[in-house]
Structure formats: structure tokens, C-alpha cells
Design a binder for this molecule. Structure first.
Ligand code: ADP
Ligand code: ZN
Length: 609
């Protein structure tokens, strides 16, 4: 039961002091306070914020403000555990009821809820539904938060049947405000959530989906050898920092992890083909910073609440902008800079197109793939495209994507195109892109000779361009519609009418010039054992201390302090309790518990100890 509404003035004062006391923050993120005000009015709401937007505080602060317990419906046990650990470490009484605990503990927790000793109770939807009718009406419930609310919608990308019965909650607890939360922004899903939950009057809080701390980069490359080089350069720039590499196939995740391990990196793979127990262990090692690099299929991520993922790579182009946005969104949840990189090639386009043919939803999925491809090939600011895809206005260049940093140069591509088109026609439109490139470069390959393609006039005519350069231009020719890929004829190329116009010289063609940029790697001496950081820096000593504490408590390191907090400690070098507790992101409880150990490390680095 919603016990007490408080005045605006009191609400503002109390919620800000709770924010400071328990979380060590001075101000709310956009819309957090609006959501809190909504609960105070007793109204239902839907909160749409990107990953890292700060959804949790929207219900955690009201949970602390009002009498009774806030029920949090959450789909995954691993997510519940992280949240409960994190709340408890801040001194907030929270617990979870789920099937991984014995019934005795579950009963005991409920007993404590009943006695008013627990402020937040995390519970799975099926559990809540099977239990709630037996709960006594005397049990004080302040509000109900429904996390990952898009799971209720068939339109969403992660429909869960257990969510579909949640409409009964409103009837069971008519007086408790409901807050649905999700990071899925699309309109259809949004409407469906409100309808399915029976909260038609819900206020909607839609925050910006921009994640300015994520740098967006796309490299056109299909060759695994090059990709590996680019990847290792990126990892070296992020020494000791966690990252995820998303691949299209299970076998790629395995091979890639193997190659990285062979080079001395700490990498593992994760995909749906692994046994549950193995997956859990792999995930845990990643959370706890024991494994630095996760090579994974899209099966990895939903349960990942790790705030300090510093980079995400797409080894292949994802199938849609939604997937892309969600996957890069796993980086930089703590708001610090994070790097994202996507590789794409016509090989990816071919693979994804073949997936679509088997998907049963050809029209929609083809459209999604096209949008993804346009993004990858874009010559305008990538963030503009990304946000406009999510119907958000963004009318400046971001300055934090590869296009903004390196605007492409346009060149006349007519002659290059003519070489390619002529070769396709001379081979009777029976060849695919890689054979075409081999022919143009005059590659001495058996299959070319067998078919007599080494005798055509265009054989070897394009030797002056590398395979990479050719791939770059071919992709543009395909995109610009000079030829099409006949997926039902072994991916052979068919010249279009536009292609013939170019070939005959009726029209000129402009393309973006190929520039191979080496990612600006910091010059560093090669270190043999990767991931071992120079022990003498203050930052690394602080991180070691954090790791030591987290290990002893059996929780991931970021639950003790986020990377942001650790960086701030290294920067401000607090030596007293006062200095330590004034740091942004350190609440009272943690300050009390840890100030001594951390300030000692600072002092010993200052030579004071
Ligand atoms: P979401 O659930 O939307 O992905 P979280 O609730 O996990 O986001 O918050 C993301 C990060 O931002 C967390 O590290 C959290 O502590 C931090 N955070 C949330 N609100 C604030 C705030 N008002 N000021 C500073 N940091 C915040
Ligand atoms: Zn940009």
C-alpha cells in the first residue's frame, strides 16, 4: 500500500539526501527525479532509458523513501544477484527470491519482508504470480518495479511467456504504483507494454538514447588476418580492460578466442552451444575480471550488468540496428569513455542474407539489414544515423565517430568500376566477388585456370589495387547498384542497367577513396604477459586493492567501486576520511568501510607511509 505522499519540498530534500548518503551522488540523471515524483503522486509510469541511463535509481530511491517494500520483477537470476549484492554493499537491505535458493531461505526472506526489514525484494515473474495471492494484505508494498519490461511484448526482441501474465499484478495490488522499465525504445513495444500491464494512464519518461561516451567506429574488412591485427591493436590500447567481441557464428567465437590466447591474451568464448554450467562459469570469470576478453555470439549479454566493459567489437556486421545498439550499449555503462568497433564486409552481407531467407520474415528482416548496411557504409556522422533510426533528433556532428574524425575523400571511380563490370560480363556473369577480385588482380589460382578465366582480356587488369582496395570499391559498387548478387545462383554477380550505363561511359561514378587507417595506437613496448599492469602506478595499486576486497567478498570488483570512482581516487589522492567520502560515487557505508585501506594506498604512494 502506498502509505504516504510527501510535499514537493520534502521529496526533493529527502531524495537528494538519500542519493548522497547511499550512492555518493550529488544530482540526478535526466528523468530520474521525474520518475520519483511520479511514484510520489501514486501514478504508474514507463521509464525508457538506454543502458547505463540509471534506471535502477528510479525505483531504488522511492523504495528508500516510502514505507514498505518495493517489489522488483526481474527476468534473470544473475541480474537479481548483481543488483542485490550492489544494494547490500551500499547498506540498503535488499534480497531476492528465486529458484536457485532453497525454500527455507526464500520463506525467511518473505518473513523479513513482512516484518518490514527489507526495502527491495527482487523476484521472478513466475514466482510473483504463483505467490502473490497468498501474501497477506498486511504486507506493506510501496511500489512495484518491472524491469526489462519489453519482455512482456511479442514485438520486443526478447519476449518471455512468463511476463505475459503480469497484467494481474495491477488487480492484485491496486494501490501500489507500477513502474515499468526498459532500454527498448521502439514505439510498438512501448505501447504494447502499457497495454499488457493494464497501466493505460502511465506517464512515459523517454530519455535520450544517445550514449556520447561510446565512440563509434566501422572498418570495412573481411579478412580474418587483418581483423585479428586490428583487434589486438585495440586490445593493447586497453591494457587490462574488459571487452566483448561479438561474432556471427559459434565456430568463429571459438577460433578467435583460440587465436587470442595463442598471442598471450586472456580470452574465452561464449555461445548457446556450451553447457549451462560452463556458460555460467565463463560469464562469472568475465564479471570478476579474471577473463579480459569474451568472444561471444549474441547469446551473451542479457545477464551482463558489468559496468566497466571498456570496448565492444563486432567481428561481423549485426543483423539490425536494434541488435547493434544493444550490443555496443554493453560498453561504458559507468559513463566513462568506451570504444566500439564494427567490421563489415560483403561476406557478412551474404551470410546475413542467407539467414534471412530461412527466417520466415523476409521483408522486415531484409529492410532491417539494409538499414544496418547503410549505417556501415555511411559517409555522414554515424551517431546522426543511429539516433535518427530511433526517431531521435540530433542535428549536429558528434565528433566521436570515425566519419567525424576522418571524413572520407571522394574520387572518380568510373574507370575502376568499368574494369570490374567488364570482367563480370566476360565471365558470363557466373562469378562471385572474390573470384572477380582474383581475376582482376591476375591471381595465379587453379580454379581460375580451370575455367579459362585467365585468358579473358580483363585478367590482371587491376593489379595495381590490393585485395583490400578492391573489396572496398566492390562493396560500394554493390551498394550503388552497379551489380546485384544472385543469391540463388551461387552468389554470382549480375550487372544492372545502371552498371551498363557506367560501363558504356554514359555516366560518371563517384566513390569514397580507400584509406587504410591504422588505429592510433599508443606506442608501447611489447609486454609478454598481457594484462599485467605496471605495479608502480597508484591506479593499479588501487585496482589491486579493489580486486582483493571483491575476491574476499565473492563479488565482482565493480560492485565495490566503479572504474569511475577508482579513477577519481587516483586523481584526487584523498588522504583523509573527509576527502575520501566527498568523492562522487562513494556513499556513507562504503566510505566507512573502505576509507582507511584506500587512503593508506594513496599515502604509501605519496611516500607518507
Ligand atoms: P541502467 O539500469 O539504466 O542500465 P544503472 O541503473 O545500472 O543503469 O546505472 C548505470 C550507472 O550509472 C551505475 O553505475 C549507477 O550507479 C550510475 N548512476 C545512476 N544514477 C546516477 C546519478 N544520478 N549520478 C551518478 N551516477 C549515477
Ligand atoms: Zn559523428
Amino acid at each position: 500500500m502506498h502509505s504516504s505522499f510527501i510535499s514537493e519540498q520534502e521529496l526533493s530534500f529527502k531524495s537528494h539526501s538519500l542519493l548522497k548518503k547511499f550512492y555518493g551522488y550529488d544530482s540526478f540523471y535526466p528523468l530520474q527525479y521525474d520518475a520519483i515524483q511520479c511514484v510520489n503522486r501514486g501514478d504508474d509510469c514507463l521509464v525508457l532509458m538506454p543502458t547505463g541511463g540509471g534506471k535502477s535509481l528510479c525505483f531504488q530511491i522511492p523504495a528508500l523513501l516510502f514505507d514498505g517494500c518495493c517489489i522488483v520483477v526481474s527476468p534473470l537470476i544473475s541480474l537479481m544477484k548483481d543488483q542485490v549484492d550492489s544494494l547490500c554493499s551500499n547498506g540498503i537491505p535488499a534480497a531476492a527470491i528465486n529458484s536457485s535458493q532453497d525454500e527455507y531461505s526464500n520463506r525467511e526472506i518473505l518473513e523479513n519482508v513482512f516484518k518490514g526489514r527489507i526495502k527491495l525484494l527482487y523476484i521472478s515473474p513466475e514466482r510473483l504470480l504463483s505467490e502473490m495471492d497468498q501474501w497477506s494484505d498486511d504486507m506493506a508494498i510501496s511500489m512495484i518495479a518491472i524491469d526489462e519490461a519489453h519482455c512482456i511484448s511479442q514485438w520486443g526482441h526478447d519476449f518471455r511467456p512468463e511476463y505475459s501474465q503480469l497484467s494481474t499484478i495491477k488487480r492484485r495490488f491496486p494501490n501500489a504504483p507500477i513502474m515499468a522499465l526498459t532500454a527498448t525504445a521502439d514505439k510498438l513495444t512501448r505501447k504494447d507494454i502499457v497495454k499488457q500491464l493494464g497501466i493505460g494512464d502511465a506517464k512515459i519518461f523517454l530519455s535520450s538514447f544517445d550514449r556520447p561516451n561510446l565512440s563509434l567506429n566501422v572498418i570495412e574488412d573481411g579478412a580474418s588476418k587483418h581483423k585479428l591485427q586490428t583487434i589486438t591493436k585495440l586490445i593493447d590500447r586497453h591494457e587490462g580492460e574488459s571487452g566483448i567481441i561479438y561474432c556471427l557464428s559459434r565456430s568463429t567465437t571459438e577460433k578467435l578466442a583460440e587465436s587470442l590466447c595463442a598471442l598471450g591474451y586472456k580470452a574465452e568464448c561464449y555461445h548457446a552451444g556450451l553447457a549451462n554450467i560452463v556458460r555460467e562459469k565463463v560469464q562469472k570469470r568475465f564479471l570478476n575480471d579474471d577473463t579480459q576478453i569474451m568472444c561471444a555470439t549474441i547469446a551473451f549479454g542479457m545477464g551482463i550488468n558489468k559496468s566497466n566493459v571498456r570496448w565492444v567489437i563486432h567481428y561481423n556486421m549485426p543483423k539490425s540496428m536494434e541488435s547493434y545498439y544493444q550490443e555496443i550499449g554493453r560498453a561504458g555503462r559507468d559513463g566513462l569513455d568506451a570504444e566500439t568497433l564494427m567490421f563489415y564486409s560483403y561476406g557478412d552481407v551474404i551470410t546475413l542474407t542467407s539467414f534471412i531467407r530461412d527466417s520466415g520474415q523476409v521483408v522486415v528482416n531484409t529492410e532491417k539489414l539494409n538499414r544496418m548496411q547503410q549505417y556501415a557504409e555511411s559517409h555522414v556522422c554515424r551517431r546522426r544515423i543511429l539516433l535518427s533510426y530511433f526517431n531521435e533528433r540530433y542535428d549536429k556532428d558528434c565528433g566521436n565517430c570515425d566519419v567525424c574524425k576522418n571524413p572520407p575523400t571522394r574520387i572518380d571511380g568510373t574507370i575502376i568500376a568499368q574494369m570490374a563490370l567488364s570482367a563480370i560480363i566476360r565471365c558470363n556473369e557466373k562469378i562471385g566477388i572474390s573470384m572477380l577480385i582474383d581475376i582482376l588482380r591476375g591471381a595465379n589460382k587453379a580454379d581460375i585456370k580451370a575455367k579459362g578465366y585467365d585468358t579473358i582480356k580483363t585478367y590482371g587488369i587491376g593489379r595495381q589495387l590490393s585485395v583490400r582496395q578492391w573489396s572496398h570499391y566492390m562493396l560500394q559498387f554493390l551498394q550503388l547498384g552497379l551489380f546485384e548478387i544472385a543469391y540463388d545462383e551461387g552468389n554470382s554477380l549480375k550487372v544492372t542497367k545502371y552498371g551498363y550505363d557506367i560501363l558504356k561511359g554514359n555516366e560518371q561514378l563517384e566513390v569514397s577513396e580507400y584509406v587504410y587507417e591504422q588505429p592510433a595506437a599508443k606506442k608501447k613496448e611489447k609486454v609478454k604477459a598481457k594484462g599485467i599492469v605496471n605495479p608502480s602506478t597508484l591506479l593499479s595499486s588501487l585496482k589491486s586493492l579493489r580486486l582483493e576486497i571483491s575476491k574476499s567478498l565473492g563479488v565482482p570488483a565493480f560492485i565495490i567501486f566503479s572504474d569511475k570512482v577508482i579513477n577519481t581516487i587516483a586523481e584526487l589522492k584523498p588522504t583523509t576520511k573527509e576527502e575520501f567520502s566527498s568523492i562522487h560515487g562513494i556513499g556513507e557505508i562504503k566510505s566507512e568501510k573502505y576509507w582507511k585501506q584506500f587512503t593508506d594506498v594513496v599515502k604509501s604512494h605519496n611516500g607518507l607511509l
